[in-house]
Design a protein around this ligand. Structure first.
Ligand code: NDP
Length: 519
């Protein structure tokens, strides 16, 4: 029986976990129904899994880039052939709309599979290093990238594919085995992929899925050679400490409080559409969602009016067929409490709710699309990650005030600036202290797989995408090769006063002149 069938079989038996080991119930957040159970794997199981992954890795590495690319391309084909099954499962364990599952997950993963299959050999090719040192004349220096061995990937619940399996693809293409621990809230789609990888030709144990809660993630860090983590800043800090204890490398993609700035010369229609789209998409449970907006005074009223009108038109409910709803459920029940708390805190401190403002009707978990004005930086909704369908809008005097407020945060993930004067928009974007910034756009930078995407400050360490997004899964080896070697080089023993003086004179000749001041 496949990994996924095991989890589904419990659902078929009225959701009752089998007698024996610990099982975690997986719920459909849009209906509240239990749709499966998975094992809560402990340290022994994780240790054994990583041992198996370690044994499988040399064979996988030996397949070379072409062999591994074949598996990735077969997987892409599998995704397209099985798109309905994958989308159904994503929708039912996450509560997102079918459109979001199709575009932000399936489309991204298919694109990424082809991208890494093609680019990995280029990004990880040996690099010939030209050295300046005259003492190395005639010697060859080469930088190599070698897979770490077993990489652990820990993912969140908001994008079970994109933010979990998506990070496994470059790790696998680099020649590592991967053990993925998805969130306990959304493990089913990734379990399906463990079976799919085998079907598509991946050697057994090269890609495994470890189900369980926080303890499972901690056990994974205890065993692997490198860890990639996507999740909250709070947990990311713990992961970094654990990785430091073991002296293994880690990369962290963490939370954000992404600002949008609307300048007085902006196309207000486009800015309002973008603000609504990217604050409400996936119920706002997007690490790079627009979490707060600063609008210059002259266009503030017009912007607010347009945002309110568009937000009122949004249809929310349990996702069914395509085109039925715009916004689905909140995936993680405690997240509803966080959103409610941020809205209440803002209202208590004087904010006005123009649309929404409260949890939606059950039985699933929903929060109404919410627009707030009269907000400021004493409020959680402007300073802490809300991760819900909320759009707080603040009026500012000018661009300087907008930049100052946008940078008044401990995060630095994504950001956006709207201006019809593109040069001015770019100037303002360059002043933002965020790892990523868009002008007249939002979020779309995530699709530029050639460019590094990473957060600054408390939004993370390292990056996904681009060269950096695959080299992080490799140790480097710098090779120095001396081909035409003398039996004895001038620097070798025995030491002599003549040689020492000669080097001293050389040094004085090369670097002994006082630096001239530049005019
Ligand atoms: P969490 O930090 O709560 O959990 C992330 C993962 O870590 C889960 O699989 C979780 O397991 C696991 N975990 C929990 N505790 C530990 C531990 N001590 N050691 C190892 N693993 C552990 O994040 P959420 O799942 O709530 O995801 C939402 C957060 O993710 C938001 O802050 C969001 O901004 C961020 N995020 C960042 C992205 C980025 O690219 N920068 C992208 C997407 C989300 P379990 O769920 O089973 O408890």
């Amino acid at each position: 029986m496949s990994a996924l069938e095991q989890s589904e079989s419990t659902a078929a038996s009225n959701g009752a976990p089998p007698a024996g080991g610990e099982r975690i119930a997986v719920e459909n957040p849009a209906t509240g129904q239990v749709i499966g159970h998975v094992d809560d794997m402990g340290p022994d199981q994780i240790g054994a899994m990583v041992d198996r992954a370690r044994r499988a890795q040399p064979g996988w590495e030996a397949l070379g880039f072409d062999g591994r690319a074949q598996v990735m391309l077969a997987l892409r084909h599998w995704f397209v052939q099985n798109r309905d099954r994958v989308v159904d499962l994503l929708v039912s364990e996450n509560g997102k709309t079918r459109e979001d599952a199709l575009l932000a997950e399936l489309f991204y993963i298919c694109d990424a599979l082809g991208f890494w299959a093609k680019q990995a050999p280029k990004y990880l090719a040996d690099q010939r290093i030209k050295t300046h040192s005259m003492l190395l004349l005639g010697k060859k220096v080469v930088l190599r990238y070698r897979p770490y061995g077993v990489v652990g990937v820990i993912g969140p619940w908001n994008y079970p594919l994109t933010n979990s399996f998506g990070d496994c693809i470059p790790a696998l293409m680099a020649g590592n085995s991967v053990v993925l621990k998805p969130s306990e809230v959304t493990p089913l789609t990734n379990l399906m992929l463990a079976d799919a990888a085998l079907e598509c030709g991946a050697p057994r144990d090269v890609f495994q899925v470890a189900t369980g809660a926080a303890g499972t993630g901690a056990a994974l860090i205890d065993n692997v050679d490198m860890i990639h983590f996507t999740g909250s800043t709070k947990t990311g800090r713990k992961v970094a400490v654990e990785a430091a204890q073991r002296l293994i490398p880690c990369s962290l993609e963490l939370g954000g409080k992404d600002p949008m700035i609307v300048l007085r010369e902006a196309d207000v229609d486009r800015a309002a559409n973008m603000a609504v789209q990217w604050s409400m998409s996936n119920s706002g449970q997007v690490c790079i969602a627009v979490e707060r907006v600063y609008v210059e005074e002259p266009v503030y009223d017009e912007f607010v009016e347009k945002v309110v009108a568009r937000t009122r038109e949004l249809r929310q409910g349990p996702p069914g067929e395509v085109g039925k709803v715009d916004i689905g459920a909140m995936t993680f029940p405690p997240q509803v409490d966080i959103v409610r708390d941020h809205v209440q805190d803002a209202v208590d401190k004087g904010a006005q709710v123009l649309v929404g403002g409260k949890p939606g009707a059950g039985p699933g978990q929903f929060f109404e699309p919410t627009v707030l004005t009269g907000v400021d930086h004493t409020m959680k909704i402007m300073t802490e990650e809300t991760f819900g369908p909320t759009l707080p809008i603040m009026k500012v005097r000018d661009a300087d005030e907008a930049v100052r407020l946008a940078n008044d945060t401990r995060y630095g993930l994504n950001s956006s600036v709207f201006s019809k004067d593109v040069a001015h928009g770019e100037q303002v974007a360059r002043r933002l202290h965020a790892g990523n910034a868009c002008v007249n756009d939002a979020l779309m930078n995530y699709l530029a797989l050639e460019a590094p995407f990473g957060g600054s400050h408390e939004s993370g360490l390292g990056a996904r995408h681009g060269e950096a997004g695959i080299r992080k899964y490799c140790a480097t080896q710098t090779l120095l090769v001396t081909r035409f070697a003398m039996k004895r080089e001038p620097l070798m023993y025995p030491n002599s006063a003549f040689k020492a003086k000669a080097f001293e004179k050389l040094m004085v000749l090369m670097w002994g002149r006082k630096p001239r001041k530049k005019r």
